[in-house]
Design a protein around this ligand. Structure first.
Ligand code: URP
Ligand code: ZN
Ligand code: ZN
Ligand code: ZN
Length: 473
């Protein structure tokens, strides 16, 4: 009888980092899980050498949009195949896209469509948040509780976007369902009525270029909605996630709520560190490439977001990947014949560049250490969204691992990325550090920067309740 290899894969001699520790070790992987961590592990059928590299839990991006229709009938340019491939190359092993409920549709119907698109097409694991756009009694009373029990344990609600926004009564009712079921509510905080008022004023003055996207969604629009969302969550007595926070005054609202003893999670994204409203200017409608909501702001807001990442106000750093093509008949450049910024689809790509940007601008500059990088990029996402077998490197957890070479210097070029868009908002930015190898459930998916894993290795993962809504964990 031939000897049976003890491990399917051994990752050798890397500098392993978790949210709490950094140490040099070999990692032995068997049956998709981390089986042993130690020195001198041999006997792997396959091996990856990680000497001089960082061995980190695979990134978890808990805020991405894939295959989602936007208003005006424009569909995002990434579905599950290109979106998860791009995520994988950016050091991620799991992403959480949204399942958007259309008005009049049940969430089960909506989920069926997204699952059908995802099945067999993913390069990373996935799980779904539910966007509640039609909170009927049946949805809140029966459907959502059953879906939470089935592993869809988070909902997103919007305070902006015609057709999607909920009023305060609807938000309260949805939060109440979260309170009863233990689901975690995420809120997009911008005041739609204020935005509409400002859009009317801008259009009346013929101010219709992309820059007006930022001036019609000023900080006060986000700050007011953030305050309201936090107050509604306090009234219902539920934890809440404030997603894609862009500025200091909104951060102050989060800190004030925490000081009152509220359980509040803050999320920010690369666009609020790297871009400003000035990027929305530009020849030939070029500013449309940077249209996302909330909009990128200014240097002071960037500093405030960095401080929030450094001092623990933010628990989550996500991409809000929401890709549209620019130069396409139905793309950002041409939407409705460029008659108004109002028609530019909202959202920018970034699932592949999220972690290289945080690594380079955060870890390599000394703003955050490697442990905080791991917490912000993976561990906190796993704990807050109930992915119990993910987010760290420990015996028994999923062998989802990204190996980073801190010596690699790269200039971000869309031509080198793997998403379905035709531009990157971060084109030309130089970064240091990039993931070279990515392991998903013990399968080497990317080796030395080359795709070696198969589409379909990524699987759908139902989730447990959040660590925030569950007692004793
Ligand atoms: O502009 C953005 N962020 N589009 C994506 C949808 C959302 O609000 O997260
Ligand atoms: Zn060895
Ligand atoms: Zn949003
Ligand atoms: Zn989003």
């Amino acid at each position: 009888m031939s000897a049976v290899a003890e491990f399917d894969l051994v990752i050798h001699s890397g500098t392993v980092a978790t949210a709490s520790d950094v140490f040099v070790a070999d990692i032995g992987i068997r049956d998709g899980q981390i089986a042993q961590i130690g020195r001198g592990l041999e006997g792997g059928r396959e091996r990856v050498d990680a000497l001089g590299k960082y061995v980190l839990p695979g990134g978890i991006d808990s805020h991405v949009h894939l295959a989602q229709p936007s208003g005006d009938g424009i569909v995002m340019t990434d579905g599950f195949e290109s979106g998860t491939r791009s995520a994988l190359f950016g050091g991620n092993t799991c992403v959480l896209p949204f399942c958007l409920q259309a008005k009049g549709q049940t969430l089960r119907e909506a989920l069926k469509g997204y699952h059908a698109l995802a099945e067999g097409n993913c390069y990373t694991d996935i799980s779904f948040h539910l966007i509640v756009s039609d909170p009927t009694e049946a949805v809140l009373g029966q459907e959502l509780p059953a879906l939470v029990a089935d592993g869809y344990t988070s909902f997103k609600v919007f305070m902006t976007y015609e057709g999607l926004r909920l009023n305060d009564a609807e938000i309260l009712a949805t939060m109440d369902t979260a309170r009863r079921t233990g689901a975690l509510v995420m809120v997009h905080c911008e005041n739609e009525d204020a935005i509409r008022y400002l859009i009317g004023r801008h259009e009346a003055q013929g101010d219709v270029a992309p820059r007006a996207h930022a001036t019609t969604r000023p900080i006060a629009v986000e700050r007011e909605a953030t305050h309201r969302a936090l107050s509604l969550a306090e009234i219902v007595d539920v934890p809440v996630v404030i997603v894609h926070v862009s500025n200091g005054p909104a951060i102050d609202e989060i800190r004030a709520a925490r000081a009152r003893g509220r359980k509040v999670v803050g999320e920010t994204c690369p666009q609020y560190l790297m871009l400003t409203a000035d990027d929305l200017d530009g020849m030939d409608w070029e500013g449309a490439k940077f249209v996302c909501s909330p909009p990128p702001r200014d240097a002071a807001s960037q500093d405030a977001c960095w401080r929030g990442l450094e001092n623990g106000t933010f628990d989550l750093f996500s991409s809000d990947h929401c890709p549209f093509r620019y130069d396409d008949p139905a793309g950002k450049r041409n939407a409705k014949g460029r008659t108004s910024f109002r028609h530019i689809p909202n959202g920018i790509p970034g699932v592949e560049t999220r972690l290289p940007i945080l690594f380079s601008e955060g870890v390599m500059t000394g703003r955050i250490d490697l442990r905080r990088f791991v917490a912000l990029s993976s561990t906190n996402h796993a704990r807050l969204y109930g992915l119990e077998s993910k987010g760290s490197i420990a015996v028994g957890l999923d062998a989802d691992i990204a190996i980073w070479d801190p010596k690699i210097r790269r200039t971000i070029r869309h031509a080198d990325l793997h998403d379905g868009a035709d531009y990157s908002p971060y084109e030309g930015i130089e970064v240091q550090g990039w993931p070279t190898d990515v392991v998903l459930g013990g399968a080497v998916m990317v080796r030395d920067g080359e795709l070696v894993g198969a589409r379909g290795e990524g699987r759908y993962r139902p989730r447990a309740l959040s660590s925030l809504t569950r007692l004793g964990m």
